[in-house]
Design a protein around this ligand. Structure first.
Ligand SMILES: CC(C)(COP(=O)(O)OP(=O)(O)OC[C@H]1O[C@@H](n2cnc3c(N)ncnc32)[C@H](O)[C@@H]1OP(=O)(O)O)[C@@H](O)C(=O)NCCC(=O)NCCS
Length: 140
């Protein structure tokens, strides 16, 4: 992912999340040197991921598939790619997910992530706040 991709990335981000990241957050991730990747054809960006890593820990900060391409195995493909990226830098891959996001939860559980905690009222939601579930996956 580069700065030039952010208009397309933001178009996806704003369609799939009730509370999307801002363009500034993506810019900051790029500037900080996080592992920000797009998965694209010649025509369009189909998916993207953002991962940070430091002192043996990697964090998956964003994983998204274009709405027209969801449910076809691309999310699992991208997640497996992230796990391979993380394995080069860390012992454990962490992530947070909205408690209501059943699709993502199923995906993470089926790829070896375990729920290790909960952050109460972590996310803004339609009617107040929503808990985050914290997942971790050993990378050995
Ligand atoms: C979550 C997301 C990345 C999954 O990507 P995807 O390409 O749609 O998912 P896949 O086709 O690879 O499916 C992976 C698993 O997700 C679950 N899943 C996918 N679509 C589903 C649906 N419509 N209903 C229920 N479960 C579903 C299944 O467990 C599926 O495994 P299976 O095919 O063996 O049954 C994607 O839906 C997305 O971008 N959602 C919006 C953003 C988001 O929530 N990101 C995660 C933030 S933590």
């Amino acid at each position: 992912m580069s700065e030039a991709d952010l208009t397309s990335v933001m178009a996806i981000e704003e369609r799939i999340y009730s509370h999307p990241w801002s363009r500034m957050i993506f810019s900051d991730c790029l500037d900080t040197g996080y592992d920000c990747r797009i998965y694209e054809t010649e025509q369009e960006i189909m998916a993207y991921s953002v991962m940070s890593s430091a002192v043996g820990e990697a964090h998956l900060l964003n994983l998204a598939v274009h709405p027209l391409h969801q449910g076809k195995g691309l999310g699992r493909f991208v997640l497996r790619s992230v796990i391979l990226q993380a394995r080069e830098k860390a012992d454990t891959l962490f992530l947070e997910v909205r408690a209501s996001n059943q699709i993502a939860r199923q995906l993470y559980e089926s790829e070896g992530f375990n729920e290790i905690g909960q952050r109460f009222d972590y996310y803004p939601a339609e009617n107040g706040r929503e808990d985050a579930l914290v997942f971790a996956r050993p990378l050995l």
